[in-house]
Design a protein around this ligand. Structure first.
Ligand code: F6P
Length: 368
Protein backbone atom coordinates (compact mmCIF):
# COMPACT_ATOMS: atom_id res chain seq x y z
CA UNK A 1 0.00 0.00 0.00
CA UNK A 2 1.40 3.40 -1.01
CA UNK A 3 0.25 6.51 0.84
CA UNK A 4 -0.14 9.76 -1.08
CA UNK A 5 -0.50 13.11 0.69
CA UNK A 6 -2.63 15.87 -0.84
CA UNK A 7 -2.74 19.52 0.25
CA UNK A 8 -4.10 22.83 -1.02
CA UNK A 9 -2.21 26.07 -0.28
CA UNK A 10 -2.57 29.81 -0.91
CA UNK A 11 -5.79 31.67 -1.73
CA UNK A 12 -8.64 29.29 -2.52
CA UNK A 13 -9.97 28.93 -6.05
CA UNK A 14 -13.05 27.23 -7.50
CA UNK A 15 -11.96 23.83 -8.83
CA UNK A 16 -9.69 22.78 -5.94
CA UNK A 17 -12.17 20.06 -4.98
CA UNK A 18 -12.23 18.85 -8.59
CA UNK A 19 -8.46 18.24 -8.44
CA UNK A 20 -8.69 16.45 -5.08
CA UNK A 21 -11.56 14.27 -6.34
CA UNK A 22 -9.79 13.49 -9.63
CA UNK A 23 -6.58 12.43 -7.90
CA UNK A 24 -8.27 10.36 -5.17
CA UNK A 25 -10.57 8.48 -7.55
CA UNK A 26 -7.85 7.82 -10.13
CA UNK A 27 -5.44 6.48 -7.50
CA UNK A 28 -8.16 4.29 -5.97
CA UNK A 29 -8.72 2.69 -9.35
CA UNK A 30 -5.10 1.78 -9.98
CA UNK A 31 -4.74 -1.97 -10.45
CA UNK A 32 -0.96 -2.38 -10.45
CA UNK A 33 -0.58 -0.97 -6.94
CA UNK A 34 -2.81 -0.08 -4.01
CA UNK A 35 -2.89 3.62 -3.08
CA UNK A 36 -4.37 5.42 -0.09
CA UNK A 37 -4.76 9.22 -0.04
CA UNK A 38 -4.31 11.40 3.04
CA UNK A 39 -5.32 15.05 3.08
CA UNK A 40 -3.29 17.62 5.01
CA UNK A 41 -5.41 20.40 6.45
CA UNK A 42 -4.69 24.08 5.66
CA UNK A 43 -1.83 23.64 3.23
CA UNK A 44 1.77 23.40 4.39
CA UNK A 45 0.64 24.12 7.97
CA UNK A 46 -1.18 20.76 7.92
CA UNK A 47 1.93 18.87 6.85
CA UNK A 48 4.12 20.72 9.38
CA UNK A 49 1.68 20.08 12.23
CA UNK A 50 0.55 16.68 10.92
CA UNK A 51 -3.13 17.55 10.81
CA UNK A 52 -4.68 15.01 8.48
CA UNK A 53 -8.00 14.11 6.94
CA UNK A 54 -8.72 10.73 5.45
CA UNK A 55 -9.48 10.92 1.73
CA UNK A 56 -11.19 7.96 0.16
CA UNK A 57 -13.50 7.89 -2.87
CA UNK A 58 -16.57 8.12 -0.60
CA UNK A 59 -15.27 11.35 1.00
CA UNK A 60 -14.75 13.04 -2.35
CA UNK A 61 -18.08 11.99 -3.82
CA UNK A 62 -20.22 14.97 -4.89
CA UNK A 63 -17.66 17.68 -4.16
CA UNK A 64 -17.08 18.54 -7.82
CA UNK A 65 -19.66 21.33 -7.80
CA UNK A 66 -18.42 22.85 -4.51
CA UNK A 67 -16.20 25.94 -4.47
CA UNK A 68 -13.39 26.35 -1.94
CA UNK A 69 -11.44 23.34 -0.70
CA UNK A 70 -12.55 20.52 1.59
CA UNK A 71 -8.97 20.47 2.92
CA UNK A 72 -8.81 24.10 3.98
CA UNK A 73 -5.91 26.33 3.00
CA UNK A 74 -3.43 28.86 4.36
CA UNK A 75 -0.53 30.97 3.15
CA UNK A 76 2.17 29.15 5.15
CA UNK A 77 5.76 29.69 4.07
CA UNK A 78 7.72 26.78 5.59
CA UNK A 79 10.97 28.40 4.48
CA UNK A 80 10.52 31.35 6.85
CA UNK A 81 11.59 29.00 9.63
CA UNK A 82 14.06 26.09 9.16
CA UNK A 83 12.33 24.27 12.00
CA UNK A 84 9.09 24.24 9.99
CA UNK A 85 10.87 22.52 7.10
CA UNK A 86 12.31 19.95 9.49
CA UNK A 87 8.86 19.30 11.01
CA UNK A 88 7.25 18.94 7.57
CA UNK A 89 9.87 16.41 6.45
CA UNK A 90 9.48 14.51 9.73
CA UNK A 91 5.69 14.41 9.24
CA UNK A 92 6.11 13.19 5.65
CA UNK A 93 8.32 10.36 6.90
CA UNK A 94 6.28 9.44 9.94
CA UNK A 95 3.07 9.34 7.84
CA UNK A 96 5.03 6.92 5.61
CA UNK A 97 4.11 8.85 2.51
CA UNK A 98 5.15 7.60 -0.90
CA UNK A 99 4.56 11.02 -2.45
CA UNK A 100 2.78 14.33 -2.11
CA UNK A 101 0.47 16.26 -4.44
CA UNK A 102 0.66 20.00 -3.69
CA UNK A 103 -2.09 22.11 -5.26
CA UNK A 104 -1.50 25.86 -5.19
CA UNK A 105 -0.13 29.00 -6.78
CA UNK A 106 3.51 29.92 -7.32
CA UNK A 107 4.21 30.16 -3.56
CA UNK A 108 2.88 26.67 -2.79
CA UNK A 109 4.55 25.21 -5.85
CA UNK A 110 7.98 26.57 -5.03
CA UNK A 111 7.85 25.00 -1.58
CA UNK A 112 6.92 21.68 -3.21
CA UNK A 113 9.90 22.10 -5.54
CA UNK A 114 12.37 22.89 -2.73
CA UNK A 115 11.14 19.96 -0.63
CA UNK A 116 11.58 17.71 -3.65
CA UNK A 117 14.99 19.10 -4.63
CA UNK A 118 16.51 19.38 -1.17
CA UNK A 119 14.65 16.99 1.12
CA UNK A 120 13.82 14.07 -1.15
CA UNK A 121 10.06 14.55 -0.89
CA UNK A 122 8.45 13.06 -3.98
CA UNK A 123 6.28 16.01 -4.93
CA UNK A 124 3.92 16.70 -7.80
CA UNK A 125 2.65 20.27 -8.26
CA UNK A 126 -0.75 21.35 -9.57
CA UNK A 127 -1.08 25.06 -10.47
CA UNK A 128 -4.03 27.00 -9.11
CA UNK A 129 -5.06 30.64 -8.89
CA UNK A 130 -7.94 32.76 -10.02
CA UNK A 131 -5.28 35.27 -11.13
CA UNK A 132 -4.04 32.94 -13.92
CA UNK A 133 -0.53 34.32 -13.53
CA UNK A 134 1.40 31.04 -12.98
CA UNK A 135 4.04 30.43 -15.64
CA UNK A 136 4.12 27.20 -17.63
CA UNK A 137 0.40 26.58 -17.97
CA UNK A 138 -2.05 28.20 -20.36
CA UNK A 139 -4.77 28.38 -17.71
CA UNK A 140 -4.94 27.75 -13.99
CA UNK A 141 -8.27 26.39 -12.79
CA UNK A 142 -10.33 28.95 -10.88
CA UNK A 143 -9.65 31.66 -13.43
CA UNK A 144 -12.69 31.07 -15.63
CA UNK A 145 -15.00 30.84 -12.60
CA UNK A 146 -13.65 34.18 -11.37
CA UNK A 147 -14.19 35.67 -14.83
CA UNK A 148 -17.79 34.40 -14.78
CA UNK A 149 -18.35 35.90 -11.32
CA UNK A 150 -16.83 39.23 -12.30
CA UNK A 151 -18.69 39.38 -15.61
CA UNK A 152 -22.03 38.68 -14.01
CA UNK A 153 -21.32 41.24 -11.25
CA UNK A 154 -20.45 43.89 -13.85
CA UNK A 155 -23.64 43.04 -15.79
CA UNK A 156 -25.61 43.71 -12.60
CA UNK A 157 -23.71 46.91 -11.89
CA UNK A 158 -24.47 48.10 -15.41
CA UNK A 159 -28.18 48.15 -14.56
CA UNK A 160 -27.85 50.57 -11.64
CA UNK A 161 -25.15 52.56 -13.45
CA UNK A 162 -27.53 53.09 -16.40
CA UNK A 163 -30.43 54.14 -14.17
CA UNK A 164 -28.33 56.83 -12.50
CA UNK A 165 -26.37 57.88 -15.63
CA UNK A 166 -23.18 57.34 -13.65
CA UNK A 167 -19.70 56.08 -14.17
CA UNK A 168 -18.92 52.85 -12.29
CA UNK A 169 -15.32 51.92 -11.54
CA UNK A 170 -15.13 48.18 -10.83
CA UNK A 171 -12.00 46.73 -9.23
CA UNK A 172 -11.07 43.10 -9.96
CA UNK A 173 -8.44 40.92 -8.27
CA UNK A 174 -5.04 40.59 -9.89
CA UNK A 175 -2.14 42.25 -8.14
CA UNK A 176 0.57 41.24 -10.62
CA UNK A 177 -1.34 40.46 -13.78
CA UNK A 178 -4.67 41.70 -15.08
CA UNK A 179 -6.18 38.50 -16.50
CA UNK A 180 -9.54 38.70 -14.70
CA UNK A 181 -9.87 42.41 -15.42
CA UNK A 182 -9.04 42.03 -19.11
CA UNK A 183 -11.32 39.03 -19.69
CA UNK A 184 -14.27 40.17 -17.56
CA UNK A 185 -13.89 43.71 -18.91
CA UNK A 186 -14.03 42.54 -22.50
CA UNK A 187 -16.89 40.11 -21.77
CA UNK A 188 -18.96 42.82 -20.09
CA UNK A 189 -18.40 45.55 -22.71
CA UNK A 190 -16.35 47.78 -20.42
CA UNK A 191 -15.61 51.28 -21.67
CA UNK A 192 -12.07 51.14 -20.29
CA UNK A 193 -9.81 48.41 -18.89
CA UNK A 194 -6.73 49.14 -16.74
CA UNK A 195 -4.29 46.34 -15.91
CA UNK A 196 -0.77 46.24 -14.41
CA UNK A 197 0.68 45.17 -17.77
CA UNK A 198 -0.27 48.44 -19.48
CA UNK A 199 0.26 51.56 -17.38
CA UNK A 200 -2.23 54.36 -18.12
CA UNK A 201 -3.00 57.85 -16.84
CA UNK A 202 -6.30 59.00 -15.36
CA UNK A 203 -6.60 61.36 -18.38
CA UNK A 204 -6.75 58.30 -20.68
CA UNK A 205 -9.68 56.94 -18.69
CA UNK A 206 -11.41 60.35 -18.61
CA UNK A 207 -11.02 60.61 -22.39
CA UNK A 208 -12.59 57.18 -22.90
CA UNK A 209 -15.48 58.08 -20.59
CA UNK A 210 -16.14 61.35 -22.42
CA UNK A 211 -16.01 59.45 -25.69
CA UNK A 212 -18.83 57.13 -24.56
CA UNK A 213 -20.96 60.23 -23.85
CA UNK A 214 -20.19 61.59 -27.32
CA UNK A 215 -21.56 58.32 -28.66
CA UNK A 216 -24.81 59.10 -26.88
CA UNK A 217 -24.41 56.82 -23.86
CA UNK A 218 -25.19 58.34 -20.48
CA UNK A 219 -23.23 55.86 -18.39
CA UNK A 220 -19.82 54.17 -18.47
CA UNK A 221 -18.16 51.12 -16.96
CA UNK A 222 -14.44 51.20 -16.13
CA UNK A 223 -12.78 47.97 -14.97
CA UNK A 224 -9.45 48.20 -13.12
CA UNK A 225 -7.17 45.51 -11.70
CA UNK A 226 -6.23 45.89 -8.04
CA UNK A 227 -2.58 46.14 -9.15
CA UNK A 228 -3.25 48.47 -12.10
CA UNK A 229 -0.74 51.20 -12.75
CA UNK A 230 -2.72 54.44 -13.10
CA UNK A 231 -0.91 57.77 -13.15
CA UNK A 232 -2.57 60.89 -11.75
CA UNK A 233 -4.30 59.16 -8.84
CA UNK A 234 -3.43 58.71 -5.19
CA UNK A 235 -2.22 56.19 -4.10
CA UNK A 236 0.44 56.63 -6.74
CA UNK A 237 0.98 53.77 -9.22
CA UNK A 238 2.14 50.78 -7.28
CA UNK A 239 3.32 48.95 -10.34
CA UNK A 240 5.78 50.41 -12.82
CA UNK A 241 7.34 49.02 -15.95
CA UNK A 242 11.08 48.47 -15.57
CA UNK A 243 13.67 48.82 -18.32
CA UNK A 244 13.82 45.05 -18.84
CA UNK A 245 10.11 45.02 -19.66
CA UNK A 246 8.87 43.56 -16.36
CA UNK A 247 6.52 45.20 -13.89
CA UNK A 248 7.56 45.95 -10.37
CA UNK A 249 5.63 46.95 -7.27
CA UNK A 250 7.36 50.06 -6.01
CA UNK A 251 5.46 51.45 -3.06
CA UNK A 252 6.16 50.46 0.50
CA UNK A 253 3.21 48.25 1.17
CA UNK A 254 2.30 45.46 3.52
CA UNK A 255 3.56 42.07 2.36
CA UNK A 256 2.67 38.51 3.33
CA UNK A 257 5.21 35.83 4.31
CA UNK A 258 5.91 35.14 0.61
CA UNK A 259 6.57 38.81 -0.12
CA UNK A 260 3.26 39.33 -1.94
CA UNK A 261 1.73 42.77 -1.63
CA UNK A 262 -1.39 42.78 0.56
CA UNK A 263 -3.59 45.25 -1.28
CA UNK A 264 -6.54 46.96 0.36
CA UNK A 265 -9.73 46.01 -1.52
CA UNK A 266 -11.39 49.06 -3.05
CA UNK A 267 -8.42 51.38 -2.67
CA UNK A 268 -7.75 51.73 -6.37
CA UNK A 269 -11.46 51.79 -7.32
CA UNK A 270 -12.11 54.63 -4.88
CA UNK A 271 -9.04 56.56 -5.98
CA UNK A 272 -9.90 56.27 -9.67
CA UNK A 273 -13.59 57.09 -9.05
CA UNK A 274 -12.65 60.27 -7.14
CA UNK A 275 -10.24 61.55 -9.79
CA UNK A 276 -12.52 60.57 -12.65
CA UNK A 277 -15.44 62.51 -11.19
CA UNK A 278 -13.18 65.56 -10.82
CA UNK A 279 -11.85 65.21 -14.37
CA UNK A 280 -15.18 64.59 -16.14
CA UNK A 281 -17.83 66.09 -13.89
CA UNK A 282 -19.85 62.86 -14.17
CA UNK A 283 -21.12 61.27 -10.98
CA UNK A 284 -18.88 58.27 -10.31
CA UNK A 285 -18.88 55.33 -7.91
CA UNK A 286 -16.15 52.80 -7.13
CA UNK A 287 -16.63 49.19 -6.06
CA UNK A 288 -14.30 46.25 -5.41
CA UNK A 289 -15.55 42.78 -6.30
CA UNK A 290 -12.97 41.40 -3.87
CA UNK A 291 -13.29 37.86 -2.59
CA UNK A 292 -16.63 37.36 -4.33
CA UNK A 293 -14.47 36.46 -7.31
CA UNK A 294 -13.02 33.48 -5.43
CA UNK A 295 -16.36 32.29 -4.07
CA UNK A 296 -19.22 30.39 -5.58
CA UNK A 297 -19.31 27.15 -7.49
CA UNK A 298 -16.68 26.35 -10.10
CA UNK A 299 -17.88 26.84 -13.68
CA UNK A 300 -18.00 23.76 -15.91
CA UNK A 301 -14.64 24.59 -17.50
CA UNK A 302 -12.90 24.64 -14.10
CA UNK A 303 -14.62 21.45 -12.97
CA UNK A 304 -13.28 19.72 -16.05
CA UNK A 305 -9.82 21.35 -15.97
CA UNK A 306 -9.50 20.55 -12.24
CA UNK A 307 -10.57 16.95 -12.90
CA UNK A 308 -8.01 16.60 -15.69
CA UNK A 309 -5.30 18.10 -13.46
CA UNK A 310 -6.19 15.73 -10.59
CA UNK A 311 -6.19 12.61 -12.75
CA UNK A 312 -2.93 13.66 -14.41
CA UNK A 313 -1.33 14.32 -11.00
CA UNK A 314 -2.38 10.82 -9.89
CA UNK A 315 -0.87 9.36 -13.04
CA UNK A 316 2.34 11.30 -12.41
CA UNK A 317 2.45 9.57 -9.00
CA UNK A 318 1.84 6.16 -10.59
CA UNK A 319 4.49 6.74 -13.28
CA UNK A 320 6.88 8.31 -10.74
CA UNK A 321 7.16 11.67 -12.53
CA UNK A 322 8.13 13.37 -9.29
CA UNK A 323 9.33 16.96 -9.26
CA UNK A 324 6.87 17.69 -12.06
CA UNK A 325 4.10 20.20 -12.51
CA UNK A 326 0.79 19.41 -14.19
CA UNK A 327 0.06 21.97 -16.91
CA UNK A 328 -2.38 22.77 -19.68
CA UNK A 329 -0.63 23.36 -22.96
CA UNK A 330 -3.02 24.01 -25.79
CA UNK A 331 -5.62 21.25 -25.56
CA UNK A 332 -3.39 18.84 -23.64
CA UNK A 333 -2.86 18.38 -19.93
CA UNK A 334 0.67 17.10 -19.34
CA UNK A 335 3.55 17.32 -16.88
CA UNK A 336 6.71 19.45 -17.07
CA UNK A 337 9.64 19.66 -14.62
CA UNK A 338 9.06 22.10 -11.76
CA UNK A 339 12.66 23.20 -12.26
CA UNK A 340 12.44 26.21 -14.52
CA UNK A 341 8.75 26.80 -13.82
CA UNK A 342 9.34 28.19 -10.30
CA UNK A 343 12.12 30.19 -8.63
CA UNK A 344 15.28 28.36 -7.54
CA UNK A 345 15.35 30.36 -4.29
CA UNK A 346 12.99 32.72 -2.52
CA UNK A 347 15.55 35.50 -2.94
CA UNK A 348 15.07 35.56 -6.69
CA UNK A 349 12.66 38.01 -8.24
CA UNK A 350 9.22 36.51 -8.76
CA UNK A 351 8.13 35.83 -12.32
CA UNK A 352 4.55 35.84 -13.58
CA UNK A 353 2.57 35.10 -16.71
CA UNK A 354 1.17 38.37 -18.04
CA UNK A 355 -1.75 39.17 -20.31
CA UNK A 356 -0.25 39.38 -23.79
CA UNK A 357 -0.19 42.68 -25.67
CA UNK A 358 -2.24 41.14 -28.47
CA UNK A 359 -5.16 40.58 -26.09
CA UNK A 360 -4.96 44.10 -24.68
CA UNK A 361 -4.76 45.55 -28.20
CA UNK A 362 -7.90 43.61 -29.09
CA UNK A 363 -9.71 44.89 -25.99
CA UNK A 364 -8.73 48.46 -26.90
CA UNK A 365 -10.60 48.15 -30.19
CA UNK A 366 -13.75 48.62 -28.10
CA UNK A 367 -12.76 51.71 -26.17
CA UNK A 368 -10.46 53.57 -28.52
O1 F6P B 1 -5.26 34.28 -4.86
C1 F6P B 1 -4.71 35.47 -5.38
C2 F6P B 1 -5.47 36.61 -4.89
O2 F6P B 1 -6.77 36.37 -5.29
C3 F6P B 1 -5.04 38.02 -5.33
O3 F6P B 1 -5.56 38.47 -6.51
C4 F6P B 1 -5.48 38.86 -4.17
O4 F6P B 1 -4.73 40.05 -4.08
C5 F6P B 1 -5.20 37.96 -3.03
O5 F6P B 1 -5.42 36.66 -3.48
C6 F6P B 1 -6.03 38.20 -1.79
O6 F6P B 1 -5.63 37.30 -0.83
P1 F6P B 1 -6.24 37.13 0.61
O7 F6P B 1 -7.35 36.15 0.47
O8 F6P B 1 -5.12 36.59 1.41
O9 F6P B 1 -6.74 38.47 1.04
Amino acid sequence: MKRVGILTGGGDAPGLNAVIRGAVIRLAQEKAEEYQCIGFVDGWAGLRDKVTLSLDPGRVDEILHQGGTILGTSRTNLYKNPDDVRKAVAAYNSCELDSLIAIGGDDTLEIAYYLHRDEGIKAIGVPKTIDNDVLGTDFTFGFWSAVEQATSAIDSLRVTTMSHHRVMVVECMGRHAGWITAYAGLASEADFIAVPERPVHIDDIARAVRHTRELGKLHSIVVVAEGASIGGVEPKPRVVKTTNGNWEITQKIQRDSFGNAVLKPGEIAEAVAGELEKATGFETRGIALGHLQRGGAPCAFDRILGTRYGVTAAEAVIHKHFGHLVVLQGLNVETVPMKGAVRETQNEKKRYKYVPDSFLDLAEVFYG
